[in-house]
Ligand binder design. Structure first.
Ligand SMILES: Cc1ncc(COP(=O)(O)O)c(C=O)c1O
Length: 385
């Protein structure tokens, strides 16, 4: 991808689209087609042989999807991107591409429940092992990276405890060993954090969240070096087939245009909620990037994030039932998993997004039974009297 000189707020609207190539349509068109016609048999043969550029069949590429991929590559400071049918399709395709039987994946302590589920599948079916690390010191990382570690997998902020991982610290050790660093950047979006600019190799998104922003699409994105993305495209994506539909790609392109405006508002509203919760006698602990008891977190946040984001976790004084009763009493806030939507959502990780993780492991990850996670929406934060 060519280096862009546009600002982020301009790139989200214009990058990767040239109206002159699409009948001068202001908005990128929706190519809702499963296949593409060839002028003649020879042209079809050339396209299949890779001797002529052009589309063949939408599982192998589609113009609307391509615009989204090109735009995401630029926004995430990568060389190329691939869109998928879901965040989990992106996670699984990337991990499949980086591992084989006998390998080991080192993960941040605290990852999305279904990513945890996929790691179990890799272990049980393909003998690809994994372990979790706090990743908070060189010494620890040196100890926990094994000779067969072929991938370091990070969520930062960690879902749902909001602890941060210092990307440059991990990269400094991973680079020495030639181990690719993968970051799930779902919680930040490229507006708040671009891991590739800190030396990471691959970025993954559940585009279902802030990239879409409107709660009406399930999709995933992976961004990285051109060679790696091409390999995933021609192997895992083509043959397993978890591709995004052109319509969903079109909706994501629409959502992306307002990403910076939405993120600023999510962050402003989250800050107000944090202020409120910090003073509430009902709240036992609060989890927000840069707001933990660990002063290092603030240093890391300032180094790699533009703002703390729109997600706030907190634990309520009492029991699991107290936390559930609290949720049931909310009037406007919706009880739902997912995040990054216009509506404020609340969920109970121990029984919802992280329920698949055995309780003992969950507690080690800091996910107590009284923990709640808020995805702060775009509503007015002040009361209207
Ligand atoms: C951090 C994170 N990564 C990955 C995923 C999976 O994404 P999807 O639901 O789009 O498959 C999620 C879903 O909630 C998530 O929160």
């Amino acid at each position: 991808m060519k280096k862009s000189h546009l600002r982020f707020e301009t790139e989200v609207i214009h990058t990767g689209y040239n109206s002159g190539e699409h009948q001068d349509s202001l908005v990128s068109p929706l190519y809702q087609t499963s296949t593409f016609t060839f002028a003649n048999a020879e042209q079809g043969a050339k396209r299949f042989a890779g001797q002529e550029e052009g589309f063949i069949y939408s599982r192998l590429g589609n113009p609307t999807v391509k615009i989204l991929e090109n735009r995401m590559a630029v926004l995430e400071k990568g060389e190329a991107a691939l869109a998928f049918a879901s965040g989990m399709a992106a996670v699984s395709a990337v991990l499949f591409a980086l591992t084989k039987t006998g390998d080991h994946i080192l993960c941040s302590r605290g990852i999305y429940g279904c990513t945890f589920g996929f790691l179990q599948l890799l272990k049980n079916k393909y003998e690809i092992d994994h372990s979790f690390s706090l990743m908070n010191s060189m010494e620890l990382l040196e100890k926990e990276i094994r000779t067969n570690t072929t991938c370091i997998y990070i969520e930062t902020p960690i879902n749902p405890t909001m602890k941060l991982v210092d990307l440059e610290l991990v990269v400094s050790i991973a680079n020495k060993r030639g181990i690719p660093v993968v970051v799930d950047n779902t919680f930040c979006s490229p507006y708040l954090q671009t891991p590739i600019s800190h030396g990471c190799d691959i970025v993954i998104h559940s585009a279902t969240k802030y990239i879409c922003g409107h709660g009406d699409v399930i999709a995933g994105i992976a961004v990285g070096k051109k060679d790696f993305i091409e390999k995933v495209s021609k192997t895992t994506l083509k043959d397993i087939g978890g591709i995004i539909s052109p319509f969903d790609a079109w909706l994501l392109l629409r959502g992306l245009k307002t990403l910076p405006v939405r993120m600023d508002r999510h962050c402003e509203n989250a800050g107000k909620i944090v202020e409120f919760l910090r003073n509430s006698p009902k709240v036992l602990s609060l989890y927000f990037p840069g707001d933990s008891d660990d002063p290092e977190d603030m240093v890391i946040m300032k180094k790699q994030m533009k703002k703390p984001g729109g997600l706030v976790s907190f634990s309520i004084k009492g029991t699991k039932e107290t936390a559930q009763a609290f949720m049931n009493h909310l009037k406007l806030i919706k009880i739902a998993v997912s995040l990054g939507d216009a509506e404020t959502l609340i969920q109970h990780p121990a029984t919802m997004t992280h329920a698949v993780i055995p309780r003992e492991d969950r507690i080690k990850m800091g996910i107590e039974d009284t923990l709640l996670r808020l995805s702060v929406g775009l509503e007015a934060w002040e009361r209207h009297y």
